[in-house]
Design a protein around this ligand. Structure first.
Ligand code: DC
Length: 236
């Protein structure tokens, strides 16, 4: 990307950041549906790269090797409907494999690598330059879509986030309990806390609207975000 004015599609896109299980996906999906634009879950891209690294048995402790491998990947994000981002590796849809426990355990090791982040930030900006998106992640407002007019940071306590994640896990038919999910949430926060990723409200973009979601339902968070979008884009 050059120093030229950013495409209007980036300015019009919505940047959603926040820690793991803060509601970025569920909120992002609902906002995308309301606006009729694609929901871009950047975590899925990091997960797809991790799946590729695991499949190819690339040594994930060799940062330069992992980065070179990821730069060479044929990786794409596509939508048949706005709320359902699909990730393609070598033209095969791998979306359903991205919550696999091995991917879950390894993704932080891959996403902490600076050269990997540079590459994915670049690819994410290219996609958002083509068409406006609702993009969720950890560095969207501060790095990927810096010029977006609408930025929100979803904050929530660790306990509330673990409780929400537990509900998702049980709904998906996985057997677990609150203690296990709480430990996993803390572990993910520790691993994500590398300085590159916004997981605390102090790390939100200076121009982001911080929404404390502990006491709010999803509908209310979505409504706050849409109201902010309308205000920032001059809509009634
Ligand atoms: O949001 P998630 O749990 O799907 O994210 C998966 C991993 O990718 C997590 O370790 C954080 C990382 N990630 C990141 O570093 N930057 C992003 N923009 C999105 C996700």
């Amino acid at each position: 990307m050059t120093a030229d004015a950013p495409p209007e599609s980036i300015a019009r896109s919505v940047a959603i950041d926040g820690p793991t299980a803060s509601g970025k996906s569920v909120v992002g999906r609902a906002v995308a549906e309301a606006l009729g634009i694609g929901f871009f879950d950047t975590g899925l891209m990091y997960r797809a790269c991790t799946l590729a690294v695991l499949r190819a048995k690339v040594n994930n402790e060799d940062d330069a090797n992992v980065a070179a491998f990821i730069q060479s990947l044929n990786l794409d994000m596509r939508w048949q409907e706005p709320t359902d981002p699909r990730v393609f590796l070598d033209e095969a849809d791998v979306t359903s494999l991205l919550r696999d426990p091995e991917v879950e355990r390894t993704v932080s090791l891959v996403s902490r690598i600076a050269e990997v982040r540079d590459e994915l930030v670049h690819r994410q900006r290219i996609i958002a330059s083509r068409e406006p998106v609702v993009m969720a992640g950890r560095d969207i407002g501060t790095r990927v879509l810096v010029e977006a007019r609408t930025k929100v940071f979803l904050d929530a306590s660790t306990e509330i986030r673990a409780r929400r994640r537990l509900g998702e896990e049980l709904d998906a038919g996985r057997s677990t309990n609150f203690g296990e999910v709480l430990t996993a949430t803390r572990r993910r926060d520790d691993l994500d806390n590398t300085g590159h990723r916004a997981i605390k409200r102090e790390q939100a973009a200076a121009d982001a609207l911080v929404i404390d979601t502990d006491a709010l339902g999803i509908d209310q968070v979505v409504e706050h975000t849409l109201a902010h979008y309308r205000a920032m884009n001059g809509a009634a």
